[in-house]
Design a protein around this ligand. Structure first.
Ligand code: TYC
Length: 102
């Protein structure tokens, strides 16, 4: 006997389509004490930016107060936030890094 029930609406999704994971923006906040050089190093090392792109993002954060470094699934975003804050504290800087659901 078939399990088909015409009253039960099934979600129609092609075989290739799957739900996208929720994504999180990782952002740096400006402050008056962290050096520009350190922020650029973080953007290159943690966010894999080129030195040119890292400098552009850093200056944008410096001028605007906040800036997006990248958009990642939850656990990747969380790891990057923790890595940035650990590196900052180890180097004596108050640099803040936050994440926000897209
Ligand atoms: N405002 C800092 C300075 O003038 C540089 C800076 C840029 C700090 C970006 C944090 O997320 C930041 N030294």
């Amino acid at each position: 006997m078939s399990n088909y029930d015409p009253d039960v609406e099934e979600s129609v999704e092609s075989d290739l389509e799957v739900d996208e994971p929720p994504m999180y923006k990782v952002m740096l906040l400006n402050d008056d004490y962290t050096t520009m050089e350190f922020v650029v190093e973080v953007l290159v090392y943690v966010f894999k930016k080129s030195p040119e792109e890292a400098t552009r993002i850093m200056l944008n954060v410096h001028r605007k107060g906040v800036g997006v470094c990248g958009i990642y699934p939850f656990e990747v975003a969380e790891t990057k936030v923790n890595t940035v804050e650990t590196l900052a504290r180890e180097n004596g800087f108050p640099l803040k890094c936050i994440m926000e659901r897209e």
